[in-house]
Design a protein around this ligand. Structure first.
Ligand SMILES: [Zn+2]
Length: 386
């Protein structure tokens, strides 16, 4: 955050820079606005006025721009270059000394106090961000040729990286429609899943089950029948129902005991977390109700059916009642704890069920654990690969 010395009343223009979603951009805009405002200030031009900022990149660039070495080539590729050019341009014309002050430091110097106050004003303005006017990027300082996207505006970041990101977003959008809602991540909780079972566990079986489930490649009877590899799609474990992944993971009576076991584990852990975070009342009831519905179809789930076996969770943020006293930091921590617990139990249960199912099917096929000599993939797995 940026603050000017000598102290001046806070100008509403300062609020401009708070609305930018990019942290760097907010810091840059803070500097720009302070420099612009200081031009018409009575005190700044005189007697060693100082402009304080905790944005080290800007201060270094301003210092570098005063040396013999031209900054033009460097600025051509920098992220947020138009803002930096604007800052340099304003700094050249200003008599203020632009000085770096470390952010979030604990001493009681005037600089730290000014910085803390600027931080405080910035975070309190988040509450009124809808009322703050929007600022447009400084096109007058952009490269002569700059990419533009109708959704994202002017692109001043690395273009190959940007294209990658857009392609990934497009793929997510096209996958999230249809496909039996297998990729309906948008409707569910967006807390990142725990890394351990995916990246570090020795056996990646649980992750593999989810990968194949999400790709619609699990060798359940409905899929095998569609591919003419089975004549009947009835549950091969004896139920009078179609053998779909949903049936296997959510409804098949053969695995009810395991679901109950996992549910008990989830409820115990959730209760303990709620006690630790001292959550009571409606919020506690909502969270416990959601935990109880983790492995069954219920209105707690955004699409009204459980997708735990795809690594999805119901949206955790909406479980907190409006009058709950939990502060935002604690809330984030609790959501992240719950997401890790629930996610881990879910994928373990899915892995356990499908592991057992595979073994049973291998026995049923009278060919347990034999290997396909051409590609060394176990028979049960080779059914997945088409
Ligand atoms: Zn069944």
């Amino acid at each position: 955050m940026t603050s000017t010395l000598p102290r001046a009343p806070v100008h509403p223009l300062l609020a401009f820079y708070l609305i930018s979603p990019l942290f760097d951009r907010r810091e840059q805009l803070g500097l720009i606005i302070a420099l612009v405002l200081s031009e018409s200030s009575d005190t700044a031009p005189y007697a060693s006025g100082r402009l304080l900022t905790d944005h080290l990149n800007s201060v270094r660039l301003i210092e570098d721009s005063k040396t013999e070495i031209s900054q033009t080539p460097r600025l051509r590729y920098m992220n947020g270059r138009s803002y930096y050019r604007w800052i340099i341009d304003l700094a050249e014309r200003s008599s203020l000394k632009i000085q770096y002050t470390p952010g979030h430091s604990k001493d009681h110097t005037l600089e730290t106090q000014m910085n803390n106050e600027a931080d405080f004003l910035a975070s309190s303005s988040q509450k009124i961000y809808k009322d703050i006017p929007e600022i447009w990027p400084p096109t007058f300082h952009m490269n002569q040729f700059t990419f533009y996207s109708p959704t994202d505006g002017w692109i001043e970041s690395n273009i190959p990286h940007y294209v990658d990101l857009r392609l990934a977003q497009q793929t997510i959008t096209s996958l999230s429609h249809g496909h039996s809602q297998r990729m309906s991540t948008w409707a569910h909780d967006d807390t990142p899943p725990p890394e351990y079972p995916y990246l570090k566990a020795v056996s990646a079986h649980s992750a593999a089950v989810q990968l194949y489930a999400r790709s619609g490649q699990l060798a359940t009877a409905d899929i095998l029948k569609k591919r003419n590899q089975l004549e009947d799609d009835k549950c091969r474990l004896g139920c009078d129902a179609t053998e779909t992944p949903r049936h296997l993971f959510v409804n098949c009576i053969k695995y009810q005991e395991w679901r109950d076991e996992s549910l008990k584990e989830v409820l115990d852990r959730t209760e303990l977390k709620l006690a630790t975070f001292e959550i009571v009342g409606d919020t506690k009831e909502n969270i416990m109700a959601a935990a109880k519905s983790l492995f069954i179809d219920s209105s707690i789930w955004p699409l009204h059916f459980s997708l735990y076996y795809l690594g999805q969770l119901p949206n955790l943020n909406i479980l907190f009642s409006e009058n709950s006293n939990i502060n935002p930091v604690q809330k984030r921590r609790l959501v992240s704890h719950l997401a890790v617990d629930w996610h881990t139990s879910s994928i373990r249960l899915a892995g356990r069920i499908f592991g057992d199912f595979q073994k049973r099917m291998a026995v049923l096929n009278d060919n347990p654990y034999s290997y396909n000599t051409s590609n060394r993939i176990p028979v049960a797995f080779s059914q997945w690969v088409f």
